[in-house]
Design a protein around this ligand. Sequence first.
Ligand code: SF4
Length: 291
Amino acid sequence: MDEKKEKKVYESIEERMREEGISRGAIATESLRKTYRKKIWTKFIKAVKDFDLIKDGDKIAVGVSGGKDSLLLCKLFQELAKDRTRKFEVAFISMNPGFEAIDMEQFKNNLKELDIPCEVFEANVWEVAFEESPEKPCFLCAKMRRGVLYKKVEELGYNKLALGHHFDDVVETALINQFYAGTVKTMIPKVKSTSGKMELIRPMIYIKEEDIINYTNKNGIVAMGCGCPVESGKVDSKRKEIKKLLEELSKINPNIKQSIFNSLKNINLDFVMGYTRGNKKDVAKDGNENK
Ligand code: SF4
């Protein structure tokens, strides 16, 4: 065997970082192009193309929560920005909703290790959400976080905000809405903000959470959870409940999540009892079983 071509096998990522003098960020980028090309990179590019998410001249802010999904989104955008045929600007911004100091330290450390230059601004979201709605803070929290982030992104002059919602988020949101809000709707790949000045884009909607978790672990990234009491199990969460349900159902039908995802692209309006478009409601009065 040609010894020069033999690839050294390292015990850990840290050993490779030391031996080769490269950062965790560089290794994480490399794995997007190699190990996770099919499961992550290609799906990211497919979503960008399928939904025309990035146009020349776009100024895109990537919203960074510090969790595994948004850290991956940053690496994907950094890689995409190397493509000279695409003419867009990208920056990484984060809102601190009230993290404990220890979580904040972990967050900043991750950003440094992964070579992600990120602007962090403060907002007192958790305190307000938990005070106003101690039993079910998620609705208010999510609404406030969105509001504060959108406003900041618009103020800074970006025309797009990219968020790290993935395939499983789309499926779970659809079920939460159906089970608890009596409506069929989910997260979509792009949507205009209420002010109309900015567009929200979700380039990770084809990427499965399982693959994000594997990528994160494989690269030795210790991503933050969202760091609030809901996450640590002190308050009930509908999303956790739906996740568990889907896990159980997947044992009987391994394709169930994909099927739910597909159903959201394949709604047959001839066989629904009513639907809403914009502010207009429409009720089907003369369904035809034979169609
Ligand atoms: S889990 Fe925590 S951070 Fe996430 S929406 Fe609920 S309260 Fe907010």
